[in-house]
Write a protein that binds this ligand. Sequence first.
Ligand code: DUT
Ligand code: MG
Length: 180
Amino acid sequence: MSTRGFEIVSAYADAGLQLPQRQTQNAAGYDFFAREDFVLKSIWRYDFIRLFRLIKNEHPLTAEDMRRAGAILKPLLVPTGVKAYMQPNEVLILANRSSNPLKRGLVIPNGIGVIDADYYNNPDNEGEIFIQMVNFGPRDVVIAKGERIGQGLFMPYLLADGDQGNANARTSGFGSTGVK
Ligand SMILES: O=c1ccn([C@H]2C[C@H](O)[C@@H](COP(=O)(O)OP(=O)(O)OP(=O)(O)O)O2)c(=O)[nH]1
Ligand SMILES: [Mg+2]
């Protein structure tokens, strides 16, 4: 019987992807591999004078200013091509590799990622796990397909007193339940 684990998202079945793996005997985290090559642009590439004006809401700010700010300052969602199944009272916690900030300037801006059990096989993206990243380093970082980018830890979670549960089905992620 299947209890918890990883599967390749069907669209990438033939893409030669690897399932997350632990690297040593007692490693807690399953390392995730990048689904494809990608570039994480350094946030230093942004023109900071323009950024300052943007923050202060000073004009004139062009559409191009907004586009550049969005493109560089927005975290990138690094695709893994992998989905995780688990028990209803379990969660997969995504964490950075400790070497990422030290060696590559890469941080996970949401601190940790919470992958809910009901994200698996959701109708929007089949439950593909994405790792949010920002490059605070001075140089752009190129990550090749198959490089290890973060790790996932399966954990049980607890309910508060009086919690009768919630019948809503998850339809997607990243704000699918609303932003407020
Ligand atoms: O780093 C992350 C964080 C989340 N997710 C997916 C799985 C998770 O189950 C879903 C929702 O995450 P969360 O509840 O943390 O985000 P939200 O902003 O509250 O979105 P939603 O309204 O969809 O719950 O998004 C990821 O793939 N990577
Ligand atoms: Mg949520």
